[in-house]
Write a protein that binds this ligand. Sequence first.
Ligand code: PLP
Length: 393
Amino acid sequence: MDTMSGGTWRPAERVRGMGTSIFTEMTELARETGAVNLGQGVPELASPPQLLRDVADAVLGGHNQYPPAIGLPALREAVAAHQLRRYGLGLDPACEVLVTTGATEALAACVLALCDPGDEIIAFDPCYDAYAADARLAGARLVGVPLAADGDGFALDAGALRAAVTPRTRVLILNTPHNPTGKVFTPAELEAVAAVCREHDLTAVTDEVYEHLVYGDVPHRPIAALPGMRERTLSVSSAGKTFNTTGWKVGWVTGPAPLVAAVNAAKQFLTYASGTPYQGALARALDSVEEWAAGLRSQLRGHRDLLTTGLEAAGLRPFRSDAGYFVQADVRPAGYEDGVAFCRDLPGRVGVVAIPTSAFQVAEGPRWLVRFSFCKREATLDEAVTRLKRLAA
Ligand SMILES: *Cc1c(COP(=O)(O)O)cnc(C)c1O
């Protein structure tokens, strides 16, 4: 019961305990201490100038009312063309592409559309924090299958995946390129995941928001492109990470028409639709995304190297990050067994904020991993690296 409100109410079971997170605590710590915030993955990087002008023109030109619930035709066509061009996936923009309010809404709508209370969803642990929340909103349970530290990276444990499947498992969420580890699933790993989905008749829901931000040798490949997977996969992506426009919240789901229709049934009563001026502008930007993304990748690759080298110089043990915005580091060499304790001390000791990876763990996992973000300006990273070196002093 909340006595502060004066009434006799209590939060519903589905949101109980969701309010306070380590993210809030660390953001607050960064503010109080003036620390360099490498906690949240909020990019400090530029967006394509033409894209910004196109949005401004759309707003001033009066494109400010509801778009169709499934999204502006131009953006649905651009998404379909993107999937065909990059991955050889043919889609009908009329019924196999759904525009959403970011990948966040897309994922929530997919889970709400596919899971009944008591159903189970598998995800690879650690994982993006929205998955557990989405499962809970649907009355389902998220089951974490650990990605085990393997040399300087993280690897799928196919045996653990098989062991996690039960008769109640309905959905497998596959996030590749992966947040928080920066892992890109290899072709062999993708095939192992696909085999489990086919054998147990699971629906794959993907999270591919970092599809354009791959720095290593293994290219991103959507699991929908594997044999027998297109008909059982809902693929989710977003413009936020690709164009450094995380505040716009434009994402999309693609897949077979009946699955997309079920997702839209949930989605239309979450937001109905949003972002008309952004959608039109993004349609044009997506048509020429390859050139833009190549430049952004080379910038982010440099930032990853800067941060990784800095973490080594600070006496931590960074893992290899092949994609996305983050590097994980083992903080045991700095004398900490627990990443939460490390992150609580770090702002006071050297003036940097990071997030303990345990915040992304569904099941028990290593406590000694900490996530640092490199989607920041070079000056921000230089300052963070200089400060982190004091850890080794
Ligand atoms: C940022 C992020 C999202 C959220 O995407 P939006 O389009 O901003 O809603 C989803 N999944 C992962 C893994 C992310 O890192």
